[in-house]
Write a protein that binds this ligand. Structure first.
Ligand SMILES: N[C@@H](CCC(=O)N[C@@H](CS)C(=O)NCC(=O)O)C(=O)O
Length: 246
């Protein structure tokens, strides 16, 4: 018995979209508890950190069991009742490859001031400095986050670094197109968790203007098939609108 499933997530977060797609495709019923990771930084509330010590979404609560990290969540769902979404022996490689992209770079590269400063990243830095003062018990977490925030801002000021991440995204698109030239889904002939991850990634690439990269490849038909699945809407995957909406 796993009890009631509760997903702590943020609507626009790509990891949350992946977890929601996996839950919906697995035909599991679950409740959602929205965590505002953008405005109020609810992920740093003590009650949430008790669930997810890294202060990130998503988190899945299954009765008394708490599961964090999107890939771990998805793999935990595999043993639950419902369709078999395990795919073939390439599934785990796909999950890791799709998760490994720096989606933040794709997003924030278009939100930079002329000097390369990202206002949202600066604001996050100020918030973390305040948190460091008011919550000394979270020192390790805030120090790690502050260091990560500084690395991110430094990276965004370097066009060569940005291009490195853009080219990684294009490389992944090529890998997906190559796989689909041989088979209907990423990890074999039937839909799997790898396709849940690809759905959220391709939706994000669409918003970031990368869809032209796969025009004329097998991804055209694949993405149309993914979009026509009821899970696309049910899991609130977004591929329209502006980057400001994320
Ligand atoms: N490897 C983690 C990454 C989680 C992650 O970075 N989540 C983002 C949203 S996609 C988040 O919570 N960001 C909030 C923050 O960085 O404070 C996972 O897969 O769960």
């Amino acid at each position: 018995m796993t009890g009631i499933l509760v997903l702590y997530d943020h609507s626009a977060s790509i990891c949350s979209q992946m977890a929601r797609l996996a839950l919906v495709e697995k035909e599991l019923s679950f409740q959602r508890h929205a965590i505002d990771i953008m405005e109020t930084n609810e992920q740093f509330e003590p009650w949430y950190i008790a669930l997810n010590p890294l202060a990130v979404v998503p988190t899945l609560k299954m009765g008394d069991e708490v599961v964090t990290d999107t890939i771990t969540i998805v793999n935990r769902l595999q043993s639950m009742p419902g369709p078999d979404l395990s795919g073939d022996d390439t599934t785990q490689d796909w999950l890791r490859a799709i998760m490994a992209l720096h989606y933040g770079v794709l997003l924030y590269r278009n939100r930079l001031d002329p000097d390369g400063t990202a206002p949202q990243i600066m604001a996050r830095g100020k918030f973390l400095q305040r948190l460091k003062k008011t919550r000394p018990d979270l020192e390790q977490l805030t120090n790690a986050r502050l260091a990560g925030n500084q690395r991110f801002q430094k990276l965004l000021k370097d066009p060569v670094e940005i291009e490195k991440h853009m080219s990684a995204a294009r490389g992944l698109i090529q890998q997906i197109a190559d796989a689909l030239a041989k088979q209907a889904y990423l990890a074999g002939s039937s839909y799997s968790f790898a396709d849940c991850f690809a759905t959220a990634a391709l939706a994000r690439f669409t918003i970031h203007g990368l869809a032209d990269d796969w025009r004329g490849t097998a991804i055209d038909d694949y993405y149309a098939r993914l979009k026509s699945r009821p899970s696309f809407t049910a899991a609130e995957v977004i591929d329209t609108g502006t980057e400001r909406d994320l």
